[in-house]
Design a protein around this ligand. Sequence first.
Ligand SMILES: NC(=O)c1ccc[n+]([C@@H]2O[C@H](COP(=O)([O-])OP(=O)(O)OC[C@H]3O[C@@H](n4cnc5c(N)ncnc54)[C@H](OP(=O)(O)O)[C@@H]3O)[C@@H](O)[C@H]2O)c1
Length: 320
Amino acid sequence: MYAAVVTSFDSAPRYQEFPTPEAGAGELLVDVIAAGLHPRVRSQADGSHYTSTDELPLVPGIDGVGRGADGLLRYFILPDTTLGAMAEQTLIDPRRSIVLPEGSDPVAVAAAMNPAMSSWVALRRRISFQAGQSVLVLGATGNAGRMALHVAKALGAAQIVAAGRNAARLAALPALGATATVQLDGDPDAVAENLGRAAADVDVVIDYLWGAPTAAAMVSVITGRADRGKPLSWIEVGSVAGPAAAIPSAALRAARLQIVGSGQGSVAARDFLAELPELVRAITAGAFVVDARPVPLAEVERVWADVSDAGQRTVLLPNG
Ligand SMILES: NC(=O)c1ccc[n+]([C@@H]2O[C@H](COP(=O)([O-])OP(=O)(O)OC[C@H]3O[C@@H](n4cnc5c(N)ncnc54)[C@H](OP(=O)(O)O)[C@@H]3O)[C@@H](O)[C@H]2O)c1
């Protein structure tokens, strides 16, 4: 079969022949229809993800949509493996899959599940989010940030403040559920003032940025807060702006702030899996706007180098 194959962490995967796997006990061989090129997949393929074991060669891809000999269309999540989803065929554990209704759009599901899961699981498994609470999405212009607007709305958020860098993408977010937007580019004092005005009293922050923007935003939100005794849950989900943030110690003392992370490890695999059916239902029902770019897997090397797709989720089609 053909697959995207990583033989060095310094170079992009190449489309080449790879041994067809054979299913062992508890495994199902599926024809992969669609596999998302998520940031997590890039970090898997360059060896930088915290779960990397440095084993090569590897076929990247952490999830996807496929069909096995039982004829069922499934969304699947793979375990940490060197045989990922970016192959004509892969091995799945059916217990880590959800059967999709026939007629579901495999590209939309493959594009949306990973980014949508980030906020869905964070709000449902890492804090006890209540309908009527208000949310700040920090880094709302990416795929996961945009999905977080849908998710927060679906879970009953009263106010959703979207903060992001790209002005054009930010301007599109009220149509997706943002009740206010804050531009993160520009004069730092103006950014701080705008964040303080729009988001100082939120109950929850879903943070895709980390790094310097998070440290600055935390100060703005806390110092602008009308009631510092009101709980503030800051959920660290992504780190596109930097792996470390200089959080002032006073921020932790001056307000009722709790910082938690949400991701592989802090949420057990069984808890991720338990959240899948409801999220799949929302996505296959068309409740979320999904912006996907389907590309044949044969073009993997070219699209890997193209990082101009931040507004869209690239989805590779191994059999298309
Ligand atoms: N923990 C989890 O469960 C989980 C699950 C999924 C994703 N994630 C993580 O969430 C993050 C976002 O994923 P994604 O799928 O949304 O990626 P994406 O679609 O590639 O979007 C990334 C966005 O980050 C923004 N960005 C990059 N550097 C920035 C900076 N310095 N300041 C402000 N914005 C910046 C860009 O915004 P502009 O367009 O405004 O430039 C871009 O749109 C990644 O770190 C990913 O690994 C975590």
